[in-house]
Design a binder for this molecule. Structure first.
Ligand SMILES: CCCCCCCCCCCCCC(=O)SCCNC(=O)CCNC(=O)[C@H](O)C(C)(C)COP(=O)(O)OP(=O)(O)OC[C@H]1O[C@@H](n2cnc3c(N)ncnc32)[C@H](O)[C@@H]1OP(=O)(O)O
Length: 221
């Protein structure tokens, strides 16, 4: 992963992490890959299964009460380990599904270079929208994170998504291996235009997306 300061000489001057917006102290945190053992991936997989169960069960009161107690125990165990943005493990383990983040789609990056990025994975029960299909709102998250990786691997400075246009071509199934792949289409000054496609393993197009990412100016957050 390229040091973002090499791509953006204003890296340390984008907004403020100490509270006041519009000032230039702080900047974006530096995302350095985190080193973790196998237990971290196991924890995340267990938590994702809990998410699947949380949205697919109808619990008797005593089971809900017992589960709430166990959840509170987990909260107590984890709370002392909260750290500042950029120092958390989530999002900084490129080899894990969703880079080790529970927010992101639990997909694995298969290819990442200046020619583009490809990830493979499944939408799970907790991504259900209706009638066995992935919720339409989960696709922008999948694409947006992919675009962040694409523009970074292409060597663009820190940028934010200005727009993201998705065409939903076919229903996106759950529990089915899929591929998302995209690349920079063109760069115009501060603007990077990126295209991506979501397909099944037979190459059927499920959705495609075009986005504009705009390079941040010094002071922009
Ligand atoms: C191991 C660790 C790995 C870590 C990897 C990192 C991965 C991270 C992944 C996470 C990634 C997550 C990423 C995220 O999710 S970022 C989160 C979602 N995005 C935002 O919050 C962005 C909010 N918006 C803004 O901040 C501003 O609007 C920005 C900065 C985007 C532009 O405001 P600014 O005032 O600076 O610019 P400007 O208005 O002078 O415009 C400049 C040019 O752009 C053109 N324009 C602007 N908007 C639009 C539009 N909507 N349609 C068409 N064109 C548009 C405009 O016409 C002009 O063109 P031209 O006239 O010059 O030709």
């Amino acid at each position: 992963m390229t040091d973002p300061k090499q791509l953006d000489r204003d890296y340390d001057h984008h907004g403020d992490r100490s509270g006041a917006r519009g000032t230039t102290r702080g900047g974006f945190p530096r995302f350095v890959p985190a080193k973790v053992g196998p237990e971290y991936g196991q924890l995340l997989e267990a938590l994702r299964t809990v998410q699947d169960l949380a949205v697919s069960t109808s619990l008797p009161a005593e089971v809900a009460e017992a589960a709430a107690g166990k959840a509170r125990e987990l909260i107590e165990l984890l709370t002392p380990h909260v750290v500042a943005e950029g120092r958390q493990t989530a999002g900084r383990v490129p080899r894990l599904p969703g880079r080790g983040s529970l927010l992101l789609m639990p997909w694995i990056i298969e290819k990442i270079d200046a020619d583009g990025v490809r990830s493979r994975g499944m939408f799970r029960r907790f991504h259900l929208g209706g009638n066995s299909a992935a919720h339409g709102g989960t696709l922008p998250l999948l694409f947006d994170d992919l675009f962040g990786l694409i523009q970074h691997a292409y060597g663009r400075p820190i940028s934010r998504t200005a727009y993201l246009h998705i065409d939903y071509r076919k229903v996106t199934p759950l529990n089915t291996e899929l591929i998302v792949e995209g690349a920079v289409d063109r760069v115009e000054g501060r603007k990077t235009f990126i295209n991506a496609r979501l397909t099944d393993l037979d190459g059927n197009l499920l959705a495609d997306c075009e986005a504009l990412m705009v390079q941040l100016l010094p002071g922009q957050q």
